[in-house]
Design a protein around this ligand. Sequence first.
Ligand code: WT7
Length: 655
Amino acid sequence: MATKTKSKVAKPVRRASPPKARPVAKARKLSGEVYYPSKKVIEQARLKDWDKLAKSAKKDLRGFWEAEANELEWFGKWKKVLDDSKKPFYKWFTGAKVNIVHNAVDRHLKSYRKNKLALIWESEDGKDHRSFSYFGLNRQVVRMANVIKSMGVKKGDRVTIYMGRIPEIVFAMLACAKIGAIHSVVFGGFSVDSLAGRIEDSKSKLVITCDGSFQNGKIVQLKSIVDDSLKRCPAVENVIVVKRVGNEVNMETGRDHWYHELLETPIADGKCETVQMDAEDPLFILYTSGSTGKPKAILHTHGGYMVGTYSTLKYVFDIQDDDRWWCTADPGWITGHSYIVYGPMLNGATSFLFEGGPSYPEPNRWWQVIERYGITIFYTAPTAIRGLMRFGDSWPSKHDLSSLRLLGTVGEPINPEAWRWYHRVIGGEKLPIMDTWWQTETGAFMITPTPVVPLKPGSGTRPFFGQEAEIVDEQGKTVGDDTEGYLVLKNPWPAMLRTIYGDDERYVTQYWSKYPGKYTTGDSAKRDKDGYFWIIGRVDDVIKVSGHRLGTAEVESALVSHPAVAEAAAIGLPHEIKGQGIYTFVLLRAGKVASAELAEELRQHVATHIGPIARPEEVRFVDKLPKTRSGKIMRRVLKARAQGLPEGDISTLEE
Ligand code: WT7
């Protein structure tokens, strides 16, 4: 492994590690299955004394975050680090002027990082490679920004981005941020209903898309999904289309523009200023599923989100100048926003973007990529690990994975069996696994180890610096060790969501009302006597399918949009690979006959409307759904019945 070179840019001035570091490993005796960091890991880590920093951040939350913010560049300094006078509408770095792109791109052009690789990309078929230095990245972002500006997009306007995993999605996000527009990325695996709903809600005037994307060798017709969506969104004035797959697409004159043609016009060339934003100005919105109704637009800002993603990636994955970082997520989810694009680039790191999936054409695809590019830090989801584990050790063992120095996981609880396989086969029993718990809403890691923290398979260990978490009961009282309860967060943090875009009231009720003063996560969890947190899962009607967040309401409304369906209920049940799978119960309209064909048709219907990830495992026809007397479907009862478990309190059941 390469020796770590000292960064010339982000020198941690304030907290040089003490001469005699006391790693957390030595300080505590922990119970259960524990993996202590090796001497080598501790030697390499930039932060050796976890306890010391945790303690000082606990004592002085503002001081901790201020020091982090001081490692980045600001056009104008803040008056206050944290303004909590209107909580839960917290404000961070108030009065400061900044632009996240200045720190993620522009500032690197002044240092040796100008020629350092910012982004490496490989195509699904492995035949195409593109890479961009920070200098090259900046050129691409400037050109894209000029094109977007020429479409009349101004500071504060929303732009919907709906693309595959290609470098242009990164350019588009950064270009929007650079000119102060608010990006709203919609995952390229979503379909018409999901896309149309998000374009409409955000009132975007511009959509940036591709002609199509590749998925397991097949073409996903992104442009035609955009066309169908826009029939419902007449407010969209322009569509920029990046050519990726070269298929025949419909181009509407006046509305649709090929990106490569725009690049040839004088508009694209020339300079583009990075707009000075207020720290609290919106950077992006990202839709995510909640317990009821339509997906919510989670709003993040330039200043706080910047400091949060920068700092978490620096400490948790200990990102160094010679690292090659690979986060396998899609840029269309928060994981991709924070840890493919912003976090790595704020740290001046080299970020790898892969167009394909883990097992196409064969289950060694990811391991081949790690070897080919010398990836040093690898961050993925438990569902992918379980999926690949199924193919056995022989696939990874064909490849030299010795470049790796750290591993990570995110998205759902990792079962200890998958953890051990990841640790043994991919990590050679040497590499720490950073199990990072966080959410679209938190913007950045919240419960997570750093490399020097002893690990327990299946636990995200402890809250990140400056954060405190608690497990409470229905009434908000702290429960004892090893007792299941609701996970809440006690302190505000810079990368926290500021609101639900356009719905301040829902922001308050959803996150801050159940336990006043505390942030409700929607997860249940336990804490053990060592203070380690164990996430159990969602307590609301959110389903995590392969780590993707979907709402039962979305699946149900897709089902009832089918002419044969009168009523529908969706629940999540344990699934060996996906973590949770979607199971549905359907009540047919009078005169419609249940059949295996119809069940199949309904599954397909959901996939066509929401996206393939929402395809139910099963459609079961029923003649009654368990409901409360007020008519609410009792999904809890359906869940218990499906698993042969006790039905719990059914006093409100109508039957
Ligand atoms: C939900 C948030 C932001 C990361 C991607 C998902 C679950 C996330 C973990 C983890 C156990 C996890 C929670 C959370 N989750 N990470 N390491 N261990 N559960 O973001 O789509 O907003 O989903 O994902 O249930 O509430 P998201």
